[in-house]
Design a binder for this molecule. Sequence first.
Ligand code: UD1
Ligand code: UDP
Length: 399
Amino acid sequence: MRAGILLRPEEDIPGRPRGRNTRAVCPVPGQSVIIERPMRVLPRIAIVVGTRPEIIKMAPVVRACQKRGVPFLLLHTGQHYSFEMDGVFFKELGLPPAHHNLAIGSGTHAAQLAAILAGMEPILAAERPDVLLVEGDTNSVLGAALCAHKMGIRVGHVEAGLRSYDRGMPEEINRILTDHLSDHLFAPTDRSRDILLGEGVTAERIHVTGNTVVDELMLQRERASGAADPARFGIANGRYALATVHRAENVDDDRRLRGIFEGLADAARALDLTVLAALHPRTSKRLSELGLQMNGAVRALPPLPYLEFLGLQSRAALMLTDSGGVQEEACCLGVPCVTLRDNTERPESVEVGANVLAGADPARIAACAREMNAKPRGWRNPFGDGKSGLRIVDLLIAE
Ligand code: UD1
Ligand code: UDP
């Protein structure tokens, strides 16, 4: 451990021997002094968030730091900034405000990365955290990890070792680069650990922790069920599917985007369901540029708050999505998922029978929706036990 803050004696650290403070005899006869000797130096952790899923998946890490009394610094790149993509999650999840917000906003990949590198450097130079944690595969993740690595600050990658093997996805490149420059790789599953080992990452850098998405879901599930009411949309419980679409490869490709929305409408008709589509701003913008109208079976909604989204998800007949996090959540909630992509970096959900890849072809989307709707539920959750955040922070403490 390079630098750190002496905070508390060792007996509070899980897994460490207790009672190592020392009572020493003072040279002055008849007097003694207690020498407080905190045996552990707690790391100072910088936790980076930038987009909606990072805020949600880093919340358990923030809580774990709070629980263990570890000093942390919350750094927001500002990649997402609209209230419904950013502020609402801080509010709902009770997160403290970010200590710094780079406000990089929207832009090209190069512009976002450059703004993060330039904005993050002086902050890290002034704050000198011992370790910087990033989560996932966004431009915020790569930018912050690269900046910290260049400055000699250790990097921990939460959700390491995921691969779609589709190098056309910006996320795939972000993941690979971040994994290979990280010092601590927190792999959610054995499969992701094996992928990293296969790429030559040394075993001592890898820890299988589960995915923090499960921690947040388990913590919020009850609250979420009270926050969601399908009747708000005039729908009885279970008679709807919930959809999200936002991937660049879908939204920025007119043929795929049209195919997906046609497929959602076909699936709705085939199953006699309403599809509630909670749309990312990127998607609403493109749909209105294309003049694409929803028909009655598909209802376009704005991005929803996490609790409402999770509550609706847990009672949905089916999820239709190109989101990474939603594939994991649906699997944990026991709700079948149709993934609107040709590949996934979450194959565990397909292997347990919770998920199927439908791509962007309307006929295939409708067929997959029928297949998944008819499928018995009750698969195993491969993504963890809900203690990933604590596991990650404890591993850093034990370093
Ligand atoms: C980003 C990530 C993606 C992740 C997603 C989570 C990259 C390359 N992509 O995609 O991996 O799955 O976040 O949601 O990092 N916009 C708003 N308000 C906002 C944010 C964005 O209106 O708060 C609109 C803007 O028009 C912007 C567009 O959405 O141009 C795309 O935003 P951007 O951050 O570039 O990528 P996402 O599609 O959000
Ligand atoms: N989510 C949300 N409201 C929505 C859509 C998604 O709160 O309207 C949550 C969802 O529960 C999950 C996360 O956002 O936790 C997934 O984020 P997103 O799909 O934007 O990104 P990805 O996981 O694909 O990177």
